[in-house]
Design a binder for this molecule. Sequence first.
Ligand code: V47
Length: 379
Amino acid sequence: MATALHADADPIADEALRPVAEKLLAGERLDAADIVTCYESHDVVGLGALAERANRAKHGDRVFFAANQHINPTNVCVLRNVCVFCSFARLPKEEGAYTRTIEEVLQEAGGAKSAPTREFHIVGGLHPNLPLQYYTDMMRALREAHPGVHIKALTAVEIAHLARLEKSSIREVLLALRDAGLTSLPGGGAEVFSTAVRATIADRKLVGEEWIAVHREAHTLGIPSNCTMLYGHVETAQDKAEHLLTLRALQDETGGFLTYIPLAYHPDHNELGTQMGWVGRQTMGIDDLKNVAIGRLALDNIPHVKTHWPMVTAFVSQVALDFGCDDIEGTVVYERVYHEAGAETPMEMSYEALIRLIQGAGKVPVERDSLYNVVRTFD
Ligand code: V47
């Protein structure tokens, strides 16, 4: 006769994880060695159980999402030949290069069908001569056409590029953007901070300290931001541990990060993938689940962890809701960065489909704005 599992059945199968679990249960922080242990473990169920416990203590059954739209105003980028992992960037005269006018951006911004958009997520290339005013005009026009909408725009790399272009400071650029309606900064451009990794995948791109300095400045000005880590390429477990601890240290200092989003590298149509042998080695479900779980465990001071369904699929994202995530990427509508790199997911997820996905995981969908103010709860 089968015996029922005891309610306190120990989910940890890997004994190497035991000291990490004990630290977490005692309320202690993980150090770099602990995080490496987590990455080296194949006990994804054990890691997931620990991360779900940490997540539940912060958010219970609630899972946040936004009715959002991604807008990529230009793919022209001075780092076209620098970031070998990117499939999106083009040189100014290269086939497929584009730069939208403000009118075209406004037209695209009116394209949401399934629910009114509450957040525009705007990221793009480092255009050699699009001035700051292009972005401030765009934000003002978007605000006028969509009153009350939040604008999460421009990665730290784009902010630093604009400061260089305008011969201005990071602070001045952020102030001008805030004035024009910027609500928060997205977390892109962080990749992996390790100098050795950057030398291989993004040589001459903003270095880790500079990325951190832009976010520190934003937080000081009352502009919250997100943070990311691009995983699944040349990085080691040690690199990931140090990256996470760098994010945690800034959060200790400023408290300005809202959300951590692990981003799964996709190797199609980029040099790292096609010429450096990464095609066919894209991350799998287990990697994606481990990265959300470890993010939740390491970043005890960042309120939210988001799963990015366009990169890892809706079904992996749904499972991630049981592995430490309390937030899922929104409706998106139209996206180029990942789809150029071979993501086979749809461009858009309808508002209703997102709710079904969250409810299918036994969780309570909570529509939010960019700052996590609750718009609507689906109890
Ligand atoms: O920094 C580029 C990544 C990022 C590839 O803050 C790639 O809510 C995978 O900022 N495979 C930009 N990833 C996107 C970004 C973002 C995305 C989602 C949510 C948020 C947020 C911000 O896209 C880049 C880079 O890490 N990326 N190429 C690629 N081949």
